[in-house]
Write a protein that binds this ligand. Structure first.
Ligand code: HEC
Ligand code: HEC
Ligand code: HEC
Ligand code: HEC
Ligand code: HEC
Length: 317
């Protein structure tokens, strides 16, 4: 009896630690920003549209957009909550105040909101301050970003692409290839006269190739798994895919430095590694080759069928 009780207590403790350790979002509920913002009414398409215009204006340092569209934009607080709640940041308990400031222990809006408005150049989320705000937790990315000749050139012009140019505010997901048409195209176009004009398409093409490389690596890893099961020595093949993974991992800094020059070479070399890995494991893994010798008594079955056929033909005669 005692052991049963002990087991129950142990399970309860495990479940509770599970909740607190693995789901930081539960702890984040203590946070007034989140408590309040999740109760605000959902957003209609028109309001989203206005925020989009505002964001684009902000990126071009056109402050007027806020005065023009203020009413509609202010109400976007809820939409921001919804986007954020599905992000990695929500999962890791990075709440509103981590970027916006304010006091999450205060329950009233007035007291909690002791932060500067987004359009105030002092605000931590004003677009020129965004890299430093993110950099508190992502120092490596900030470092890469600041070291780019691109960024330094732009800082003086106040026409800087920032972290949120590529990472959607609040979802902070990695960008999709087609996003670059918009995010880079707002500046790099013949209309805006900021060279190089081909940047949006080049960036789109490169990110597609990166995604393809990632897919190729995953396929090679699957083939290695099956080859290993079939008794092939996969050590060298694994080294090749590890190399490719390494190269893939080193691509993020190149984005953050806006260094697109050697990108294609890197992708090509990683794809070569994947191919070398496939050359080692592929021959043993194609289904037709593995299936036939492995099928139970294939030759025996074939023989039996021939025998039956011969008997059948003899009887017909
Ligand atoms: C008691 C409710 C409440 C609390 C607590 C609260 N907010 Fe808000 N917040 C609102 C409402 C309502 C809006 C919508 C804008 C409006 O109507 O003024 C808003 C708007 C905002 C905006 C848009 C800025 C603006 O002025 O338009 C930001 C950013 C924001 N909140 C962040 C936070 C952060 C960060 C916290 C925690 C430190 C927080 N909020 C706590 C109710 C709250
Ligand atoms: C990881 C950082 C980060 C977190 C966490 C975050 N935000 Fe933001 N937020 C930003 C940035 C950066 C901007 C400015 C981007 C822009 O203008 O498009 C912004 C813009 C906004 C705006 C529009 C600002 C305005 O004045 O119109 C609102 C509203 C807002 N956030 C609310 C929230 C709420 C509510 C939460 C929590 C549920 C939250 N944010 C969490 C970074 C963050
Ligand atoms: C308070 C700390 C904190 C701040 C501030 C912060 N982040 Fe994060 N961010 C995290 C954590 C924690 C993760 C989870 C992954 C990890 O551990 O690196 C993360 C993950 C990410 C990811 C990866 C998302 C994915 O899908 O894998 C991106 C992109 C990102 N953050 C961008 C930003 C940007 C842009 C800003 C500024 C607007 C920002 N972060 C501000 C803590 C932070
Ligand atoms: C030119 C577009 C671009 C800009 C600007 C940008 N990022 Fe990224 N970022 C990316 C891409 C693309 C990836 C995904 C890289 C990959 O997985 O290959 C990424 C990945 C990340 C990750 C995940 C890291 C990882 O290794 O998977 C974090 C965190 C991040 N970025 C933070 C930031 C911060 C902070 C800033 C601003 C200082 C920033 N980014 C600016 C394009 C950008
Ligand atoms: C807010 C405006 C703006 C946005 C958005 C923008 N850029 Fe730029 N970019 C510039 C300016 C200005 C230059 C400098 C042009 C010059 O010196 O002739 C530049 C130059 C560059 C260069 C050449 C850098 C060099 O050192 O020669 C690259 C590469 C580049 N941008 C990539 C990108 C990518 C990729 C994106 C989208 C993720 C992007 N840019 C978005 C304004 C922008």
């Amino acid at each position: 009896m005692k052991t049963v009780l002990f087991k129950k207590i142990l399970i309860a403790i495990l479940v509770l630690t599970g909740i607190f350790v693995f789901i930081p979002g539960v702890i984040a509920l203590e946070n007034s920003c989140i408590d309040c913002h999740k109760t605000l009414t959902p957003f209609i398409e028109e309001q989203q549209h206005f925020n989009q215009i505002r964001i684009q204006h902000l990126e071009r340092n056109v402050a007027c957009s806020l005065e023009c569209h203020e009413d509609k934009v202010r109400q976007l607080a809820t939409a921001n909550y919804q986007q954020w709640s599905e992000s990695v940041h929500a999962l890791k308990g990075v709440s509103c105040d981590a970027c916006h400031g304010g006091d999450p222990k205060q329950a009233t809006k007035e007291k909690a909101h002791n932060f500067k408005n987004t359009t105030d150049p002092q605000s931590p989320v004003y677009y020129t301050n965004v890299p430093n705000t993110c950099g508190k937790c992502h120092p490596k990315e900030l470092d890469n970003f600041e070291n780019s000749t691109h960024y330094q050139k732009l800082e003086s012009l106040q026409l800087a692409p920032t972290c949120t140019t590529c990472h959607h505010p609040h979802t902070f997901t990695k960008p999709n290839p087609e996003d670059f048409r918009n995010s880079c195209g707002t500046c790099h176009s013949v209309y805006k006269k900021i060279a190089p004009y081909d940047i949006p398409l080049t960036a789109e093409d490169l990110l597609r190739k990166v995604n393809k490389l990632q897919f190729n690596i995953e396929m090679a890893q699957q083939d290695i798994f099956w080859a290993q099961k079939n008794g092939t020595d996969v050590a060298q093949a694994k080294k090749y895919t590890d190399n490719a993974l390494n190269t893939l991992g080193n691509l993020a800094p190149m984005w953050h430095e806006f260094n697109l020059t050697h990108f294609e070479d890197e992708i090509n070399s990683a794809n070569m590694d994947v191919k070398k890995a496939e050359d080692i494991v592929k021959p043993t893994t194609t289904p037709s080759k593995t299936a036939s010798p492995k099928a139970p008594g294939f030759t025996g079955m074939a023989g039996l069928i021939t025998l039956i056929a011969v008997f059948y033909m003899l009887r017909k005669k």
